[in-house]
Design a binder for this molecule. Structure first.
Ligand SMILES: [Zn+2]
Length: 134
């Protein structure tokens, strides 16, 4: 069931609200970017994401195919969300960093379904052989 969550970076300069059905699954990936950031994402449609802070508070990092905008707080560095367009996952998306959702019960976080993606080998629909470090 979709619920509305508030989220933020560490210092609070980047803040958002998002309508998310966390039971639909979250994602962890071993690509060069996600692995270094230990990014834990959940995808929503752009209309379910509301930035509550000035957009200039978030830097915009792009790499590779340049299809994703990996936004990070220019003060504390936390990567709170990203957005982009990937046809294979239904077009425009916003990826919310699950770790940036505020006031989450640890037991709820621990129980969330996780889909692992072998992004490192452009094998997004399958899990990598090792997932424990992600
Ligand atoms: Zn910040």
């Amino acid at each position: 069931m979709k619920m509305t969550y508030k989220g933020s970076c560490h210092c609070g300069k980047v803040r958002f609200e998002a309508d998310i059905d966390l039971d639909q699954g979250t994602g962890r990936c071993n690509c060069s970017s996600c692995a270094k950031r230990r990014y834990w994402g959940v995808n929503v449609k752009p209309e379910d994401f509301r930035l509550m802070s000035d957009e200039t508070a978030a830097g915009d990092y792009q790499f590779g195919t340049m299809s994703g905008h990996h936004r990070f707080c220019t003060t504390c560095g936390v990567a709170a969300y990203s957005h982009g367009y990937v046809e294979e996952i239904g077009g425009a998306y916003v990826s919310v960093n699950v770790a940036c959702l505020d006031d989450m019960d640890p037991a709820v976080l621990a129980a969330l379904p996780i889909q692992y993606m072998d992004g490192l080998h452009n094998n997004w629909w399958n899990a990598p052989a090792e997932t424990r470090y992600l």
